[in-house]
Design a binder for this molecule. Structure first.
Ligand code: AMP
Length: 218
C-alpha cells in the first residue's frame, strides 16, 4: 500500500507518521527529514538543498524524486508499504510519482489530508522542537518533553529547525497554497483523498488516521 500524508507545514504530519507506520508496518519516507540528514552529513544533495530549505523554498523536483525512488524501491524489495510525508508537493511531482509507481505495478492508494487554518500553524511552527537523533516532534507549548530540550524516547537533544523562523514560515505557507494545494485537486479527481480535521488533540487525529488506513486496507 502506498499512502501520502498531506497537509501544510505544522499540520502534524511528522507527529502522526511514526505511530501510523508502526501500526501498519509502513516505511516512513519524509523528504524533509531525509534532506535535513543530507545537510548534516554535508553530501552533494545536502549542499544543493541547504540554502533553499533555510529560506523555506522548495528544492528541485529531481532531487526529491531520487530520494523517493530509492526508498520506495527498498520498501517494495522487502514487501513493505510506504507512507510518504511531504511528497508529492506540486503537480509535476504527482506525475513523477505516477510514472515511478506504474513502472513497479503500483499506484498511490490514498492521500490522508490534515486540515488546519494558517493562523494556528504559525504558533505550532514557532513552538516546534525536533529530536536531532530520532526526529520525534515536540511543541514547547502544547506537547513539551518531560525534561526541557531532551527527547523522552532517546535522550537526544531537541533542536529548532532553521525554517521554523517567521520569514521562512511565511514562504513555506505561500509555497503550500500556491504549489501544493493544487495536488489535492488532482488526487480528489481520482477519489483518493481522505480529509481529517487536524485542529484537535493528537490522539483524536491519530485515531481518525488509523481508521482511514484500516478502511482502505479492508
Ligand atoms: P518538511 O520537513 O516537509 O516541512 O520540508 C522541509 C523543506 O524541505 C521544505 O520547505 C522544502 O525546502 C524541502 N522539501 C521537502 N519535501 C519537498 C518536496 N517534495 N519538494 C520540494 N522541496 C521539498
Amino acid at each position: 500500500m502506498i499512502l501520502t500524508l498531506f497537509g501544510p507545514p505544522g499540520s502534524g504530519k511528522g507527529t502522526q507518521a511514526g505511530a501510523l507506520c508502526r501500526r501498519y508496518g509502513l516505511i516512513h519516507v519524509a523528504t524533509g527529514d531525509v534532506l535535513r540528514a543530507e545537510i548534516r552529513t554535508g553530501s552533494e544533495t545536502g549542499k544543493r538543498a541547504s540554502e533553499l530549505m533555510s529560506r523555506g523554498e522548495f528544492v528541485p523536483d529531481d532531487l526529491v524524486l531520487g530520494i523517493v525512488r530509492d526508498r520506495i524501491d527498498a520498501a517494495l524489495d522487502c514487501g513493505k508499504g510506504v507512507l510518504l510525508d511531504g511528497y508529492p508537493r506540486n503537480p509535476d511531482q504527482v506525475a513523477d510519482l505516477d510514472s515511478l509507481l506504474v513502472g513497479r505495478g503500483r499506484r498511490l492508494d490514498m492521500a490522508l489530508v490534515l486540515e488546519i487554518d494558517d493562523a494556528k500553524l504559525i504558533s505550532r511552527l514557532t513552538g516546534r522542537r525536533i529530536c536531532g537523533e530520532c526526529n520525534r516532534v515536540y511543541n514547547v507549548n502544547t506537547n513539551p518533553p518531560s525534561e526541557p530540550g531532551v527527547c523522552d524516547d532517546c535522550g537526544g537533544r531537541l533542536e529548532q529547525r532553521a525554517d521554523d523562523r517567521e520569514e521562512a514560515i511565511a514562504t513555506r505557507l505561500e509555497e503550500y497554497h500556491g504549489q501544493t494545494r493544487p495536488v489535492l485537486a488532482v488526487l480528489e479527481a481520482r477519489d483518493a483523498v481522505v480529509r481529517i480535521d487536524a485542529d484537535r488533540p493528537i490522539d483524536a487525529v491519530r485515531r481518525d488516521l488509523a481508521r482511514a488506513v484500516a478502511e482502505a486496507r479492508a
